[in-house]
Design a protein around this ligand. Sequence first.
Ligand SMILES: NCC(=O)N[C@@H](Cc1c[nH]cn1)C(=O)O
Ligand SMILES: [Zn+2]
Ligand SMILES: [Zn+2]
Length: 478
Amino acid sequence: MPAPTQFLKYIDSNTDAFIKRLGDAVAIPSISSDPTHRKDVFAMADWLNEQLKQLGVDTKLVDLGRHIMDGEDLPLPPAILGRVGNDSAKKTVLIYGHFDVQPAEKSDGWNTEPFTLVVNKETGQLIGRGSTDDKGPILGWLNVLQYHHENKLPLPVNLVLCFEGMEESGSEGLDDLVRRESEKGGYFDGVDCVCISDNYWLNTRTPVLTYGLRGLSYYKVTVSGPGRDLHSGVFGRTVHEPMTDLISLLGTLVTPQGDILIKGVDEMVAPPDEEEKKIYANLDYSIADVEEAAGASIALSSDKVAVLMGRMRSPSLSIHGIEGAFSAAGAKTVIPAKVSGRFSIRLVPPQTPEKIKPLVVNHLQKAFATLGSKNKLTVEELHGGKPWVADHRHWNFEAAKKATKAVYGQDPDLTREGGSIPVTLTFAESLGVNVLLLPMGRGDDGAHSTNEKLDISNFIEGSKLLGTYLYELADIQK
Ligand SMILES: NCC(=O)N[C@@H](Cc1c[nH]cn1)C(=O)O
Ligand SMILES: [Zn+2]
Ligand SMILES: [Zn+2]
């Protein structure tokens, strides 16, 4: 069933109001990884819950308990569950999204205030933290709901909503909720399929449907020794320096070409055969796409297939930062007493955080032993998630293909995503249903980066896509 023309027109004619609502959402700095912003994640949950109620959604906030973050005992933001329609003749679709965001400060290199949505009519971009990850897509669903609510029209399917505020920090507390509510009589009982809009096209031209995500295993490695920070003139070359040890350790993890040096990690993944390589060769993608999105000519290879495989079907190890290091202006001559490096490994099948952790810990302990340092080493796993791959021949994907063709006039590419959404596999396993990733934004949106943006056309056509997908789902043969 095609989406009603009235629906498509409604989305177009309400563009300004939809952008205004996205501005209100972006203005709440709901950074889940920063304890000082935890109240804002709660405020964001309240704001979203209020919006949903105004659009006729029957909602409930679920308390997910507490957790320890950087030694601080904090309340977890609630998950928002919602329901629209309960018609046994219709399919039931579970929609997931997250209302927390990555940290952002103007001083990181933003051209504008990150939590003020800037509408650039010249470039057609909406710039602000969360615009594409993941407030824009969540608000896309709200736009669809608004049309049906205002026009007193039933949705073509029953909707079950699950929105969380901890995705960017490991989705703490959510797995238990999903498992519990997937049981008979639970909130998610009867769900036929799942749709998640929380990733990106490969380029700036071709819509995609995504059937795979990498998992994640995130580590903090700390080296400590001196009782306090020391003067490098007084103590340089007289004591073991934690920073020197840490840099040596981090240098043993990965080569500049991206090969992982922790024994057993790369080796766990079978090489691709020629048929699989053809899948990557056929995707609409070029080295120019990755370099434009990265903002520099720095691709690891000039071979498109190698670059795509690096993102979609290989593990990768990235070093994210060093805590305790001197980083201010000037030339402080300090030997820091305690420094922590943070790095993570993106995982692909058959890797899991449980299989990877012993390899990482063993590698770091051995490498530290070879330094002959009298400092102390500790290794912590901060959080993890398993990789996920779905069947893209399923009717859930077929409906999304039809919807993409209807809205964008072109067939979508089928991709695996390099990022991680830990709860995806939990939905697939607990509910035993197909999960589809239906992204709204483009490959150059800069999620997690400075000047994150969502193109107005992607916000508007993407809202049409989400609605059209529901109409196509209603019709499709199970
Ligand atoms: N849009 C999905 C996304 O960005 N997911 C994060 C998840 C994560 C885990 N730890 C910190 N963030 C990702 O980095 O892939
Ligand atoms: Zn996201
Ligand atoms: Zn993200």
